[in-house]
Design a protein around this ligand. Structure first.
Ligand code: ATP
Length: 281
């Protein structure tokens, strides 16, 4: 039996998402603060004697096979290794899909890390990040493994050490949002002055001062419930709340677990929403 490995692929939230300009290649120049949280997909990779790559996911909203971003990651590393093996990848999805939480990119980063290990390739993290950047804009961040300032299209990463830990309530109203659609509908206004990011924050409340997401201007008018969730989080004890990425997940930041759990119970309130209490990691 060939070796297998199981990895935990975390979700991310954005504390800051500034869209600076549209580049001639169609991508947007961004400035983001990205934070991993303790909500994980489980990614199991099994090497196989057959050279095929098979990807299976337990979510009906995620494609199996070649359309899965994890497949592309496996293809890239198997090509580099020049070995005769293939692999079977099983993804247990806990991160809501098309939700602004970076689940696909995180799965893809896990496949790169897992196959690097299983195939004994010894590729450096920097090399994996270069490979990952071709798979998805957020893949390098998940390989970086630190809270980060992400610039360019998200691939230029700087570690941020002064960000306080927080309890986080994630709320997704089961409305998948296409990131491509959001960027297509974004109206870039006059260049706005960029807020200065302090080197460190004394507590979660001071982190709240910089929370901002330009993509809310597109997603919230289309899905006003996002604004209602933000308000409901704050009226139930969140120090602040914001939409993550292109949405539709909203997060609220809390100092303590008890208040976060209480708020999550109110938000859940028999609605068919995804609600989770997590921590920054
Ligand atoms: P992004 O901002 O990068 O689009 P997101 O968190 O909003 O991220 P994802 O959950 O990564 O969105 O899913 C984006 C799309 O990618 C979905 O439409 C989904 O069908 C497709 N996809 C392909 N592979 C995966 C995967 N392993 N996990 C999640 N989605 C995947």
């Amino acid at each position: 039996m060939l070796q297998s490995i199981t990895l935990q692929a975390p979700a991310k939230i954005n504390y800051l998402l500034d869209v600076i300009s549209k580049r001639p290649d169609g991508y947007h120049e961004l400035r983001m603060i990205m934070q991993r949280v303790s909500l994980y997909d489980q990614v199991r990779i099994q090497l196989t004697y057959s050279p095929d790559i098979n990807v299976y996911c337990d979510s009906k909203n995620v494609p199996d096979g070649e359309a899965n971003i994890g497949w592309k990651a496996a293809k890239a590393l198997l090509e580099i290794s020049e070995c005769r093996f293939g692999c079977e990848i099983n993804i247990k999805k806990n991160i809501p899909v098309a939700a602004g939480l970076g689940g696909g990119s995180s799965d893809s980063a896990a496949v790169l890390l897992g196959l690097n290990e299983l195939l004994g390739l010894g590729l450096s993290r920097g090399r994996l990040m270069i490979i990952g950047a071709k798979l998805g804009a957020d893949v390098p961040f998940f390989l970086f493994r630190h809270t980060a300032l992400a610039e360019g299209i998200g691939e230029r990463l700087t570690e941020l050490t002064g960000i306080p830990d927080a309890w986080v309530v994630l709320v997704n109203p089961n409305l998948p949002v296409s990131t491509a659609w959001v960027y297509k509908n974004l109206q870039l206004t006059q260049q706005k002055p960029l807020a200065t990011i302090p080197d460190s924050f004394k507590d979660v409340a001071s982190l709240c001062h910089i929370l901002s997401n330009d993509l809310e201007t597109v997603t919230i008018p289309a899905f006003p419930v996002i604004s209602e969730i933000k308000n409901e989080l704050v009226s139930n004890g969140a120090l602040c709340s914001l939409m993550s990425g292109s949405g539709s997940t909203v997060f609220g930041l809390f100092n303590d677990e008890a208040t976060a759990i209480k708020a999550s119970d109110v938000l859940r309130n028999n609605r068919d929403w995804f609600v989770a209490v997590v921590q920054t990691v």
